[in-house]
Design a protein around this ligand. Structure first.
Ligand SMILES: C[S@@+](CC[C@H](N)C(=O)[O-])C[C@H]1O[C@@H](n2cnc3c(N)ncnc32)[C@H](O)[C@@H]1O
Length: 274
């Protein structure tokens, strides 16, 4: 599928700021919820004094959870200004504003200094970045030598995806441009990050798609009864996409995985154009 880089980023940010996504997913927008987020926190060795960057931080649910659970400092970057504003408001409400902050920015051009972070997390978002080598290069640029990276993302297995999973919406839902897990590892390795952990976590995707299907059914009934209004949702295509995604997970065409590693050496010279 051909996509325009700026339209996919803007569309992705808008969708993840919409009422429809809040209804279907709550405030945490990735499979596995806080269980997989904590697994990444353990792999990254988070503790007090560590400065973590959350790339594509959404409404900040993971960043805030990790700050509370591991005592680390966190900066979140997201393309969507509304998500960033809500995440900062939530950090203040939870008394975490002194060590958790969120800024607007693009993963492919991070608004961060070189070698500023000890660790990076990026959940269910790397696959939506149109220029993945540029994003991996940015991870390497802003990490300190020896710094760690942990991704969790949708993965592609063998076989073609059905047409309902090849649209702009499917791209934004992390499906259409999902990569085989080795490719994610390859993007990181190409930027100088040595990958040491690859963990399949397909259960998390099955669980999330099943929850979305149940919520879609409930929401459709409520809209039919005129109890709620959800003009953003095209129920027929959303249900077709969810059913297609579930079939794809069952047949091994789609999955979910964690990929983690460590900066190999001094990152100078590794950047967007490297
Ligand atoms: C599936 S959500 C994941 C959000 C968050 N990581 C979580 O797990 O709750 C994808 C997020 O990526 C953000 N995003 C998409 N493209 C981006 C880019 N190029 N740079 C920064 N954020 C981006 C969207 O705004 C959205 O919040």
């Amino acid at each position: 599928m051909q996509v325009q880089d700026s339209s996919v980023k803007t569309c992705c940010a808008r969708i993840y700021e919409s009422d429809a996504v809040r209804l279907l997913l709550g405030d945490s927008f990735h499979p596995g919820g806080m269980k997989l987020t904590e697994r990444l926190g353990e792999l990254l060795g988070l503790r007090p004094g560590v400065h973590l960057l959350d790339v594509a931080s959404g409404k900040g649910a993971s960043a805030l959870h990790l700050a509370e659970r591991f005592g680390c400092e966190v900066t979140g970057v997201d393309y969507g200004g509304e998500n960033v504003a809500q995440a900062n408001a939530e950090a203040s409400a939870r008394g975490l504003a002194d060590r958790v902050r969120f800024v607007t920015g693009d993963a492919e051009r991070l608004p961060c200094a070189d070698a500023a972070f000890d660790a990076i997390i990026c959940e269910c978002a790397f696959c939506t970045f149109p220029d993945k080598p540029a994003a991996a290069g940015e991870f390497a640029r802003v990490l300190k030598p020896g710094g760690r990276v942990g991704l969790s993302d949708l993965t592609r297995g063998e076989g073609e995806l059905p047409p309902e999973l090849d649209s702009l919406l499917a791209w934004v839902a992390c499906i259409a441009d999902a990569q085989p897990v080795e490719r994610y590892a390859g993007f990181l390795q190409g930027a100088g990050i040595e990958v040491s952990v690859v963990e399949p976590q397909d259960w998390a995707l099955t669980e999330m798609v099943n929850q979305i299907r149940m919520k879609l059914l409930g929401a459709e009934i409520m809209v039919g009864l005129k109890k709620i209004d959800l003009p953003d949702i095209d129920f027929a295509s959303a249900k077709a996409m969810a059913a297609g995604a579930l079939d794809a997970v069952r047949s091994g065409k789609l999955g979910y995985a964690i990929v983690a590693g460590k900066m190999r050496s001094i990152p100078q010279g590794i950047g967007i154009n490297a």
